[in-house]
Design a protein around this ligand. Structure first.
Ligand code: NPQ
Ligand code: MG
Length: 368
């Protein structure tokens, strides 16, 4: 395949309810979509960067800039482009993993559609549906939290993740554990809100038998996580810190985590995500698929990834309705706590044209 051009499309989707984390409160999802146009086919990519650099240093407008200025032109120079050529072609440019991941996704979708092969099969998926968890934002009160968790449990979610921060940690966990009992699969995510000085405090979560605590300390504090893991009983899981398969191998070897959250966008794409999966399986470390409020496009690819054999914990691969009243694709709907892995060529889903138009803020054609 040779690329003829890439369309960048900025969209804005309202959220069904505000989503509060330790780093921001979101009321809408602004996202950047890519359409790769090749000589034989077209494909869709989704960039997971937020509008502001709060979760990581990348942000949507920065991704658009690096794509149009450097990344897309570098791929345009490839005469025989396939997905394995993408990362090598982009390697001269440092960082910008979310932008690179979006481009890889669009090229892979185009390639697989031309071949008639589903992404899940190409990745090595071994399941045709995956159990799903849900991420629950920070609330104003404990009764509100119990109400929110109650509706998710009634919808069938197999695992609950509570967002925490200093001042909203021990009591919400205690309340949910006491209300729902010991059988509820429960975990927490701090999005880097603590320091190693909070170790004794975080040890107070020990009695609640959480599956894991996700990214308590800052992104670069690998040794801090290793120290913390010696002090608390709750297994430490890393999210923000795991930027590559090499970073995952180092974190595991140093004892900084015993579980890994894999987000393809954060690590530069689905190929690198699979490498992290392979590293973790080799170390006996369970993995699960994270979420970045993806539209149906990114959600489809994440569900395909989550069907690999090492994904032994339910992920943040929630139904479309967890975030959006109207998704841009046919919505992903929970069935008995599971999402079905798409089986059509490529991502196996595509945007509904009228919905896509409605949520589009701007488009830009980068000709090659
Ligand atoms: C996490 N995701 O695991 C992230 C954080 C997160 C599902 O908890 C816009 C774009 C808003 C990306 C809010 C979940 C977001 C976002 C939270 C990612 O750490
Ligand atoms: Mg996280």
């Amino acid at each position: 395949m040779k690329l003829t051009g890439i369309e960048l499309r900025e969209i804005r989707l309202p959220l069904v309810a505000p989503f509060r984390t330790s780093f921001a409160t979101q009321t809408e999802r602004a996202a950047l979509l890519l359409r790769a146009v090749g000589t034989e086919s077209e494909g869709w990519g989704e960039c997971v960067a937020m509008a502001d650099p709060r979760y990581s240093s990348e942000y949507a407008a920065g991704c658009a800039d690096v794509l149009r200025r450097f990344l897309v032109p570098a791929l345009g120079a490839c005469e025989r482009l396939d997905v394995h050529a993408v990362a090598p072609a982009l390697a001269p440019f440092q960082g910008h993993r979310m932008a690179k991941a979006a481009l890889e996704m669009a090229v892979w979708d185009a390639e697989l559609r031309a071949l008639g092969v589903p992404l899940a099969r190409e990745l090595g998926a071994v399941h045709d549906r995956v159990p799903c968890g849900v991420s629950v934002g920070i609330m104003d009160s404990l009764p509100e939290l119990i109400d929110a968790v109650t509706s998710y449990v009634e919808e069938g979610y197999r695992r609950i993740k509570l967002k925490i921060e200093p001042g909203w940690d021990i009591e919400p966990v205690r309340a949910v554990r006491e209300h729902f009992g010991d059988d509820l699969l429960l975990q927490v995510d701090a999005n880097t809100a603590y320091t190693l000085a909070d170790a004794r405090h975080l040890a107070r979560l020990d009695p609640f038998r959480l599956l894991l605590i996700e990214q308590p300390l800052e992104e670069e504090d690998i040794l801090g996580h290793a120290e913390l893991a010696k002090v608390i009983e709750t297994p430490v899981c890393l999210d923000e810190s795991i930027t590559s398969a090499r970073a995952a191998a180092a974190a595991i070897t140093l004892g900084a985590c015993s579980i890994v959250n894999i987000k393809p966008g954060r690590v530069g794409g689905y190929l690198e995500a699979r490498r992290i999966h392979d590293v973790c399986v080799a170390h006996g470390v369970p993995v699960w698929c994270g979420g970045m409020l993806e539209t149906g496009l990114g959600r489809a690819a994440n569900v395909a990834l989550a069907a690999l054999p090492g994904f032994t914990l339910p992920g943040d691969t929630s139904a479309s309705g967890r975030y959006f009243r109207t998704d841009i694709t046919e919505p992903f709907v929970l069935d008995d706590g599971h999402l079905v892995v798409p089986s059509g060529p490529g991502l196996g889903v595509e945007p509904v044209p009228e919905v896509l138009e409605e949520v589009t803020v701007s488009t830009e054609w980068i000709a090659l």
